[in-house]
Design a protein around this ligand. Structure first.
Ligand code: MG
Length: 392
C-alpha cells in the first residue's frame, strides 16, 4: 500500500475540531511536523487564523461554527480549493469524513454534538475537551465502545494515566495519583484570595492555555473536572483518586496498582506530546517535545491541596459521587461564574460561592440520566448562576 505519510504508525489523514484554540494550534504543530494530510478543520470565529491555516495546511474543508465568520472566511479564501461551511454542516462533515482520527479540542458543552458524531462514525478521538466527559462521560464511553470508536485522552494528566495503565484492567488499580500544579495562588489564604485580580489570575500559566482554563486552574475547578474525567474515562471510583499538588509539573500523573507499585509518567510540560501520542498510540515516534533533564530539575515536591482555600475541588468530588446531572450543573455554573470573573463582574472567591450555591439549588439533578435531561439541568444552572451574580 502506498501511503503519503512517512510512517505507518500515523493515520493517513487527520481532522482537528477547534483548530484555532490553544490545543488545536499545538495539534497542528504536531501535524505539520509529521507532514500529515489534513482533511478538515473547524473553528468558531477566529477568521484570521483560520485563513492562515487554510493556506498552510490546505484542508479539503473548513467549518466555522459562527455563521457570519463562515461567510467572511469563504470570501477570503475564494482563491483556494478549500470549501468553507457554516455551523449547520459540522456534524455531517464529521460523519462523512474519511480521516480515521480526529483531534477534538472544541471548548465547553459545544463539543458534545461533534463528539457524538465522531463516536458514531467509529473514529479514534484524541479528546482534549473535558466538559463533554464531565456532562456525560458515563454515557459516552459505552457508546464509543459500541460504535468501535476509541477515545484517547489528550488532557495531560489523563494522557499520563492512560500511558501508565497501558490497557491494564481496572481491578488491578488501587488508586490514581492525579497531579496538580497548584495554580498561581498556591499557599494563599482565603483572605489573600479575596483580593486577587483577573490580571494576577491570568499571568504565567505553566501550560500554554486559554483564559477560561487558566482561571479554572487557579480555582482548582480544573482539577475537580479532571477528577470527574478520570472517573469517567477509567471507570474508577471517586475515592480511588488522590489529588497531589506537584509544583514542578514534571510528573503528569501516576497509577498505584494493588501490589503497591506506582507507575508514573514524566516529561516536560508540553501538550504536543499528548496530541502526538493520541495519533501514534500504541506506538511512539520522535516528536517536538524537549527532553527531560532530571538533574537540572534536581528535586520533585508533593503536597496535599488546601481544601478550605479551594472549595471547588471538594465540590467536584461531591458532584461525581452524586452523579447524574450534578457534574453538568457544576460545569455550567462554573462557565457562567468564570465568564463574570473575566469581565470583572465577580470576585475570585465569588466564583466558588456562585458555583456552590447553584449546585445546592439543584439537588434533583442527581436523578438526570439521559444526556437530554442533563443538558436541561445545564441550562437551568446557567440561569440560576446568572441570577446569583446579578442579585447575590
Ligand atoms: Mg490537565
Amino acid at each position: 500500500m502506498n501511503k503519503a505519510h512517512p510512517n505507518e504508525y500515523l493515520p493517513e489523514r487527520v481532522a482537528v475540531l477547534g483548530a484555532t484554540g490553544s490545543v488545536g494550534t499545538q495539534a497542528l504543530e504536531v501535524i505539520a511536523d509529521k507532514k500529515l494530510p489534513v482533511e478538515f478543520l473547524t473553528a468558531h470565529k477566529n477568521v484570521t487564523l483560520a485563513e492562515e491555516q487554510i493556506r498552510a495546511f490546505m484542508p479539503e474543508t473548513y467549518v466555522m461554527t459562527d455563521a457570519a465568520s463562515a461567510k467572511d472566511l469563504a470570501v477570503r479564501v475564494r482563491d483556494t480549493a478549500t470549501r468553507v461551511f457554516g455551523p449547520d454542516a459540522l456534524d455531517e462533515v464529521i460523519r462523512s469524513s474519511k480521516s480515521p482520527t480526529v483531534i477534538h479540542s472544541i471548548l465547553g458543552e459545544a463539543g458534545l454534538s461533534p463528539l457524538l458524531s465522531a463516536i458514531e462514525a467509529g473514529k479514534r478521538i484524541g479528546l482534549a475537551n473535558k466538559e463533554t466527559l464531565v456532562i456525560g462521560g458515563d454515557l459516552l464511553m459505552p457508546r464509543a465502545a459500541a460504535c468501535g470508536a476509541k477515545i484517547i485522552p489528550v488532557d495531560s494528566e489523563h494522557s499520563a494515566i492512560f500511558q501508565c495503565l497501558d490497557g491494564k484492567p481496572r481491578e488491578e488499580i488501587r488508586s490514581i495519583l492525579l497531579t496538580a500544579s497548584g495554580g498561581p495562588f498556591y499557599g494563599y489564604s482565603r483572605e489573600q484570595l479575596s483580593r486577587v485580580t483577573r490580571e494576577q489570575t491570568l499571568a504565567h500559566p505553566t501550560w500554554k492555555m486559554g483564559a477560561k482554563i487558566t482561571t479554572d486552574s487557579a480555582t482548582l475547578m480544573n482539577k475537580g473536572f479532571e477528577v470527574i474525567e478520570a472517573v469517567r474515562l477509567f471507570g474508577v471510583r471517586p475515592e480511588q483518586i488522590e489529588v497531589l499538588v506537584h509544583r514542578e509539573s514534571i510528573i503528569h500523573s501516576a497509577v498505584e496498582y494493588i501490589d503497591s507499585a506506582v507507575i508514573a509518567q514524566l516529561g516536560a510540560p508540553d501538550m504536543r506530546l499528548c496530541v502526538q501520542y493520541a495519533l501514534t498510540y500504541p506506538h511512539r515516534l520522535e516528536g517536538l517535545t524537549e527532553r527531560l533533564s532530571l538533574t537540572k530539575i534536581g528535586k520533585l515536591t508533593f503536597a496535599s491541596p488546601d481544601a478550605e482555600a479551594f472549595p471547588l475541588l471538594a465540590l467536584a468530588f461531591r458532584a461525581i459521587s452524586l452523579g447524574g446531572g450534578v457534574p453538568a450543573v457544576l460545569n455550567a455554573a462554573n462557565e457562567i461564574a468564570v465568564e463574570a470573573f473575566l469581565s470583572e463582574k465577580l470576585s475570585f472567591l465569588g466564583i466558588a460561592e456562585t458555583v456552590t450555591q447553584t449546585v445546592e439549588r439543584l439537588p434533583e439533578a442527581a436523578r438526570a440520566r439521559s444526556l437530554e435531561e442533563r443538558i436541561a439541568f445545564d441550562r437551568q444552572a446557567r440561569r440560576i448562576a446568572q441570577e446569583l451574580i446579578l442579585h447575590g
